[in-house]
Ligand binder design. Structure first.
Ligand SMILES: Cc1ncc(COP(=O)(O)O)c(C=O)c1O
Length: 401
């Protein structure tokens, strides 16, 4: 039996089956490569779902984690630690918000939970029933009960009904409907600038403008979920920085610590001062090891000029994908921003393309039935992009035949 088969059988016996059938097992990573139990190298154009943006085993992150783990791992939020305070300072700098404050969470969902609680408290200052949140169809905000409800994908709600009923979901491409949905009872609009899990779908500038205007008109907070788009994934530090809007709150997770579990809810202005002692807490928030990793990520991106490099790589990848669209009937378009790209298919064969890429040792994934997501590390090399495009070319030929 292969390493994967052995591990899959053991997992099947004792790990809860909330995920689909496993698609592989890896024992080591280096840069854009992942190595399986047989020593085969795979090209990782998914980054553990847009997480390992500096590639696997980046020496700066490894060193920061090892040093901090050998120094101090945990004290709780009863006490301060240097890495968390430093990270909050860095986040204020890269958001461009001098007055930013951060609540540290563990992941994207818990960062969004914090943001929703913050918005509720902010709304309640005006009226007791100002607690509703407007979200967009196709969005993804997490799997906890509140973030699940905020996720505009009803299929995921199914077995967990009834949900709390505080969310109003409107179309992702209808500014008028969005304006109409925001009322005096709305405490927040929550959206992604590029819907990741919803099919790598950038929102139109008019939708973003409508969200900002409606929030201003009704005293609601605009929360931008940067969990997938943040930390350089779509080009700038945060996707909102390429738009005309300024959110009140952003949430960040995934790539922030290159694979160490972290989440951050970052607020500016009035929103930065909403939480008071006792309002929100979590034992592991601001953990020194994960924060040290995140500080190393930010420093590395700055030191190595990775936002610039990634923009050049993104152009090459996008052009290569457009070339595939020209040559394959099955591929009909390219969407996304920076290194968060989706190859649109003319029908629902995205899972087949994902599988055909796996046969060629390339990791990408289907988001929805007709979009294949590519999210390579910001450090991806030109020749790795060419290899991935060649594998995708073959996969399209095979599946499209
Ligand atoms: C935009 C967005 N928000 C929130 C989440 C939830 O993050 P996590 O899985 O870390 O809880 C995700 C995860 O894919 C996401 O893409």
């Amino acid at each position: 039996m292969s390493h994967f088969d052995t591990l899959a059988a053991r997992s099947d016996a004792h790990v809860m089956r909330s995920y689909g059938a496993p698609k592989g097992a890896f024992v080591r990573g280096q840069g854009t490569a992942l190595f399986d139990g047989e020593g085969t190298a795979w090209l990782d154009f998914l980054c553990g779902l847009a997480v390992t943006s500096l590639g696997h085993a980046h020496p700066a992150v490894t060193e920061a984690v090892a040093r901090q783990a050998a120094t101090l791992v945990h004290t709780s939020n009863l006490y301060l630690s240097e890495p968390a305070v430093e990270l909050a300072e860095r986040l204020a700098r890269i958001t461009g918000w001098d007055d930013a404050t951060t609540f540290f969470a563990q992941c994207g969902a818990t960062a969004n939970e914090a943001a929703i609680k913050l918005a509720r408290k902010h709304g309640k200052r005006t009226a007791d029933d100002k607690v509703r949140v407007v979200t967009l169809a196709g969005s993804f905000h997490g799997r906890t009960l509140a973030t699940l409800e905020a996720t505009g994908q009803p299929a995921k709600h199914g077995p967990f009904q009834p949900l709390a009923g505080f969310v109003d979901t409107v179309s992702h491409d209808d500014p008028a409907a969005l304006r109409a949905a925001v009322t005096e009872r709305t405490c927040a609009v929550l959206l992604e600038v590029v819907q990741g899990e919803g099919g790598v779908r950038p929102l139109a500038p008019e939708v973003l403008a409508a969200a900002r205007d409606a929030c201003d008109a009704h005293g609601a907070l605009l929360i931008v979920d940067e969990v997938q788009t943040g930390v350089g994934r779509t080009g700038p530090w945060f996707a909102f920085q390429d738009t005309a809007i300024q959110p009140d709150v952003i949430t960040v997770a995934k790539a922030l610590a290159n694979g160490m579990p972290i989440g951050a809810c970052i607020a500016r202005g009035e929103a930065a001062k909403v939480f008071e002692p006792g309002d929100h807490a979590t034992t592991f928030g601001g953990n020194p090891v994960t924060c040290a990793a995140a500080n190393a990520v930010i420093d590395t991106i700055e030191r190595e000029g990775l936002l610039r490099t990634a923009a050049a790589r993104a152009t090459r990848l996008r052009e290569g994908l457009h070339d595939l669209v020209e040559r394959h009937e099955l591929a009909i378009g390219v969407r996304g921003r920076g290194l968060l790209l989706g190859l649109e298919l003319g029908d629902d064969r995205a899972a087949a393309i994902e599988a055909a890429c796996r046969e060629r040792y390339l990791l990408v994934n289907a988001v929805g039935s007709d979009v294949v997501r590519l999210a390579p590390p910001l450090t991806v090399e030109r020749h790795e992009i060419d290899l991935a495009l060649a594998a995708l070319d073959d996969a399209l030929t095979q599946v499209g035949a």
